[in-house]
Design a protein around this ligand. Structure first.
Ligand code: LUK
Length: 423
């Protein structure tokens, strides 16, 4: 596989950036493949190699690359100015459109990333309750905010390990609960009940396998929060795309506050906090100094707002249903290829999201992660881009042809990985 130009770019990058990188998730060893452009479901790298993009920037690009309606909306917005020290009409229009997506989105507020939205949702819960502690799912990822950068690496144990340098004062205020384990979760939550501001969950947490939350577990969390006054926060930055009204509605549950990002603008920087009025009131500056002041130079900038409005217009119930069916086709095809290869790996996901979970190391590989990395590179050679941890998704420009191409490449790549391990 020709990656000469990527190698040359990386050699320059390491001179001016730590590890030549600005985003850990995008790094690949020995160096990442650099992309030149994207169009629809396909991306072209700097060496001219075209691939079908099933990663879509960690599932953000639900309408693929350079969708004509998205480009038109963003270009028109840029032409009138990229940001102002005043609100713009499109912020109101987009807030109305987003609020209409779910009955619990009574009030919405915008940020420029999912990380910021998680941070503001947690701070809102702390401001509303006056309590310091938060609970999160063991192993789940919620972005870079230090309060949630605890036990977020996919390991399901309940020991609160944190990112390097996270101070004890922060880590001690974050407790972790076992995913989909009602009794185990309640045992932890009850121990901290009078100090808990919120229970923060991802209803389809991708780092611990991309399995949906069970109704039993969600009901147990809902009842705990109703009883103790802690807020139930659903972080749907990644999982919102599983249903027109979001993941919690699809799973039969309700959050007090929902965090959104990625697909709600599908390409321009975005984050949103959407919740019941009584909880969002901490942000309200119209009745004197707000309990929780919150600013950000690009919050609700008209370019992101226009991108969001275009994305939501394209995200119809029919679009959701179609990409959900294609997601199931992809999951079924991958399970068949793994069975044919004699591998016990899992294929999980919901709607248009999927993830291959390498549960064992095939012959010749010293770990399942090493085998998954090998599969990532083989898929790149075979014309497919998907996450190096097995994460992938369907975008609206895709059809059965793209899924068939993916299925064929997945089967071929799997055979090549196993053959190399045996060699
Ligand atoms: C549930 C959830 N909450 C918050 C965030 C942060 O949003 P962001 O600041 O807009 O990236 C995210 C962001 N991204 O999740 C995927 C993320 N996590 C990762 O570990 C790697 C996955 O790479 N294959 N790359 C990523 O971008 C999220 O999924």
């Amino acid at each position: 596989m020709n990656t000469e130009k990527s190698a040359a770019l990386y050699a320059r990058a390491v001179e001016v950036m730590p590890g030549g990188n600005s985003r850990t998730a995008v790094y690949s060893s020995p160096y990442p493949v650099y992309v030149r452009s994207g169009s629809g479901a396909r991306v072209t790298d700097v060496d001219g190699v075209e691939r079908i993009d099933f990663l879509n920037n960690s599932t953000t690009l639900i309408h693929g690359h350079a969708h004509p309606e998205m480009v038109e909306a963003i270009a028109a917005a840029v032409g009138h100015g990229t940001s102002f020290g005043m609100p713009t009409p499109v912020e109101v229009e987009y807030a109305e459109a987003l609020s209409a997506r779910n009955a619990t989105f009574e009030h919405v507020r915008f940020t420029s990333s999912g990380t910021e939205a998680v941070m503001m949702a947690v701070q809102a819960a702390r401001a509303h309750t006056g309590r310091p502690k938060i609970a999160k799912i063991a192993g789940a990822y919620h972005g870079a905010y230090d309060a949630v950068a605890v036990n977020n690496d996919g390991s399901g144990n309940l020991i609160s390990h944190a990112v390097t340098g996270n101070p004890e004062g922060v880590v001690s205020n974050t407790v972790v609960i076992p995913f989909n384990d009602p009794e185990g979760s309640l045992e932890v939550l009850r121990r901290h009940a009078d100090e808990l501001a919120c229970v923060l969950i991802d209803p389809v947490p991708w780092r611990i396998g991309l399995l949906p939350a069970s109704k039993e577990w969600l009901d147990a969390l809902r009842e705990f929060c109703d009883t103790t006054g802690a807020l139930l926060i659903s972080d749907e930055v990644g999982s919102y795309r599983v249903g027109y009204h979001g993941a919690m509605e699809l799973l039969g549950a309700e959050a007090d506050i929902t965090v959104l990002g990625k697909v709600i603008a599908a390409g321009m920087p975005i984050g949103a906090v959407a919740g019941r009025r009584r909880f969002m009131g901490v942000f309200d500056p119209s009745k004197g100094k707000p309990a929780l002041p919150h600013s950000g130079s690009y919050n609700a900038n008209p370019v992101s707002m226009s991108s969001g409005l275009a994305s939501l217009r394209l995200l119809t119930p029919e679009a959701h249903e179609r990409i959900g069916l294609l997601g199931e086709q992809a999951r079924v095809a991958m399970r068949g290829a793994l069975a044919d290869a004699g591998l016990d790996w899992e294929v999980n996901g919901l709607g248009s999201l999927f993830r291959v979970v390498a549960t064992s190391a095939p012959a010749g590989y010293d770990s399942s992660a090493a085998a998954m990395k090998a599969l990532y590179w083989k898929l790149l050679e075979n014309g497919i881009h998907v996450g190096d941890s097995g994460l992938g998704c369907i975008s609206t420009p895709m059809g059965e042809e793209e899924v068939a191409e993916y299925a064929a490449a997945f089967s071929t790549s799997l055979d090549q990985v196993l053959a190399e391990g045996r060699a």
